[in-house]
Design a binder for this molecule. Structure first.
Ligand SMILES: [Zn+2]
Length: 114
């Protein structure tokens, strides 16, 4: 399960950050995930519930914010959002584009207590 690996990496960073900041407990973690990663939020939650056991993040809630895939057309300079894996420019039909957003995988917030 792809989500298990990703969430495991996120949790490692969170726990490391918690340690550096002398946190005794972590209550909330917010992550931003680009849709290009094709990660299912419910599977991420499932993986998190499993992995967090026995760590200082055990009481934590994982919030996943999905970022749409946005492309900038190289042919007509229009920007558009990808829906249903349709990567063709709706304005000119070109498939030459740059990805503006959608590849994000960042930890936005870590909340805890000392
Ligand atoms: Zn175009």
């Amino acid at each position: 399960m792809h989500e298990m690996t990703i969430v495991s990496n996120i949790l490692n960073i969170v726990l490391e950050t918690g340690k550096e900041n002398n946190l005794s407990v972590i209550n909330r973690i917010k992550v931003k995930v680009g849709k290009q990663h094709h990660l299912a939020p419910d599977l991420m939650t499932y993986a998190f519930e499993y992995l967090k056991k026995g760590t200082i993040a055990a009481p934590a809630v994982l919030e996943v914010e999905k970022v749409p895939v946005s492309l900038l057309c190289r042919n007509c300079s229009s920007s558009f959002t990808v829906e249903d894996s349709n990567y063709i420019c709706p304005f000119c039909g070109s498939v030459q584009w740059e990805m503006v957003s959608g590849r994000e995988l960042t930890i936005e917030t870590i909340e805890g207590e000392r």
